[in-house]
Design a protein around this ligand. Sequence first.
Ligand code: GUN
Length: 301
Amino acid sequence: MSAILLNGTEIRKEILAEIQQEVESIKAAHGVVPGLVTILVGSNAASLSYVSLKVKTAHSLGFKEIQDNQPDDISEAALLALLAKYQQDESIHGILVQLPLPSHINEKVVLNAIDPNKDVDGFHPVNVGRLVIGGTEAIFPPCTPAGIQEMIRRSGVETRGAEVVVVGRSNIVGKPIANMLLQKGPGANATVTVVHTATRDLAAHCQRADILIVAAGVPGLVKPEWIKPGACVIDVGVNRVGETVSPTTGRTVAILRGDVDFDEASKIAGFITPVPGGVGPMTIAMLMRNTLNSLKFKLGI
Ligand code: GUN
């Protein structure tokens, strides 16, 4: 392996320490702490584990955190009423509805009902518009793309004028990260290409990428020979390819694989993220940062 490892777990630690310090000084000066509500509908195992980690992290930083679990059969109207309650709650600065929602609930209706100024996921159309406009408008960058940009920035990899290729055009990762990296300003100013399932020559595009961001959800999609020597490779894929029994806990755990062949790619790339332990841990740190920022906007600081 010659590539420098971009360790999301370590970077997350640094960011959370910075957030914790800010929370303490805001509490001392203004007597308030960031408030986050996490709404989980049903008992999807993966969602439950994501939400638990979000709640645990928020508590560890001194946030007010409400975990509001609702049954699988909650009506859309009742969920909207719950949102209305939290929109009016002055002590809540961030509202997150964990996705996916059960099929009888229209996800779009729910996401559009969240107050854009408490939408710490950055999924509301108003926040998508703010992100595209850029600059100071972009108040809540979606958490996974924000984590990617932060990792690139902290690695010291130059984005200005860099050829960035984004593999995948999802609303949660591909489209927002492409928009963020093409904006003017630090950690951006790149020349961005987005490739997808209808792209003719995926390999040729990837081969000219100084920064290659892969969020396709296809294990091993990017072949080592598609990577430009020295490139920065960000693998957003978290694909469950099997199960194994943990030798330490004896519990059955998922075997996770990224969209990039890590072992081979790390011999060619200059920087690379592992799966797990790369982009994943950054997402929660960015959620905490968005919630803190929501409070700061409210206080005008
Ligand atoms: N489900 C999987 N990822 C996310 C996320 O980033 N936010 C929400 N709300 N739900 C998710």
